[in-house]
Design a protein around this ligand. Structure first.
Ligand code: AMP
Ligand code: MN
Ligand code: MN
Length: 339
């Protein structure tokens, strides 16, 4: 962090803090938030963790989960509580997103709040709204950046097993289990330090990866057998899931996570896309290999973004139109996909 001394002075007295992350948080979003919250509480700050939506049940083991205020479309109370906490906060920490619109219904409240804003993130092209930034795309995870910030403050001894497990979960998942191209020596060094502070790799892996409902596994089988399409001329794989199909498999938040990666596991495929229906929009998940930037694709055409090789986007309209929009773009990218 650039102005670390000023930040340190600010955090030297007990503060009222809100930690917020992105809509439909993944393990890095929630793990970095709860890891940071655990540390801040140990320092004597009053901390409220807010998520703009619900999140997968395989994240509910994280220490601090029970105190999270999760905004819900079905109940206005969490949104009101979240806004009230933000309006009276001294500081708002924004974790694992680079654009305030990813906090959906909370964006205006964050923007309008008088609180000092702190961005901790690793996504491309961040919006400039924060007073303090711990930001770099060189980090595979936001959780790693939280740990590095705690180290910069000289307080890594406060990181206990609960905090370490939350942070390790973010690091493990955003590197795809230390497999993606963002896995560098630094990621292994951070992992080693977190394990040294009590993180349990096999326990966290079990809780996140091998904690499926039978329905989720059946959904995966259905997608692989019947929904996965391949376009060899574009080195592209795609899968489309309707709300009906998701309902048929009793799908819960998080059940579609990871499906898109199967497309990239096919040899010669460079771009994989999953499209599925959410309540009010179509969600795209993009993954790529090598130099093909899905961040650019998602930003230019799908009101989204993310990282070079992993990005998301949205579409307002029907599933068929969302698919058509994607397929119609492929000829334009043909050369890039085959280079
Ligand atoms: P997902 O496909 O949802 O797993 O997202 C892949 C990556 O892109 C993650 O780092 C997300 O945080 C990011 N991402 C997803 N949706 C968006 C969006 N609408 N705008 C910007 N980044 C996104
Ligand atoms: Mn995330
Ligand atoms: Mn992340």
């Amino acid at each position: 962090m650039e102005n670390i001394q000023a930040f340190k002075r600010l955090m030297d007295s007990p503060r009222s803090v809100v930690v917020v992350t992105h809509f439909k948080p993944d393990a890095d979003a929630l793990g970095s938030s709860l890891g940071l919250a655990g540390y801040l509480r140990k320092k004597g700050h009053r901390v409220t963790v807010v998520t703009p939506s619900d999140y997968p049940s395989f994240l509910a083991w994280m220490p601090g989960n029970r105190e999270v205020i999760a905004v819900s479309k079905d109940d206005p109370r969490p949104l009101e509580a979240a806004k009230a906490a933000m309006q009276s906060a001294d500081l708002i920490f924004c974790l694992d997103f680079s654009n305030l619109k990813r906090t959906e219904d909370l964006a205006d409240t964050i923007r309008g709040s008088k609180a000092t804003k702190v961005l901790i993130d690793h996504h491309l092209e961040p919006e400039k709204f924060a007073d303090f930034e711990q930001w770099t795309v060189a980090s595979a995870s936001t959780a790693g950046l939280v740990y590095q910030l705690i180290k910069e403050l000289g307080e890594e001894d406060l990181v206990d097993a609960d905090i370490a497990n939350c942070l390790y979960a973010g690091l493990m998942t955003d590197t795809g289990g230390f497999r993606h191209s963002n896995t560098t020596r630094m990621e292994f060094m951070l992992a080693s330090e977190l394990v040294g502070r009590g993180a349990d790799p096999s326990c966290v892996a079990k809780l996140i990866y091998d904690n499926n409902s039978l329905e989720r596994l059946r959904l995966t089988g259905f997608v692989l057998a019947q929904k996965l399409q391949v376009l060899p001329e574009y080195r592209t794989a795609y899968m489309v899931l309707s709300a009906d199909e998701l309902r048929q498999f009793g799908s819960q938040t998080g059940d579609t996570e990871g499906l898109v990666n199967y497309g990239l596991s096919i040899s010669n495929i460079r771009l994989s896309v999953l499209l599925y229906e959410r309540k009010t929009e179509i969600k795209y998940s993009f993954r790529s290999l090598g130099d093909f930037s899905v961040n650019e694709l998602a930003r230019r055409h799908f009101e989204g973004g993310g990282h070079k090789n992993a990005a998301g986007g949205t579409f307002k309209g029907s599933l068929a139109d969302a698919l058509k929009k994607f397929l119609d773009l492929l000829p334009e990218y043909r050369a890039k996909l085959n280079s």
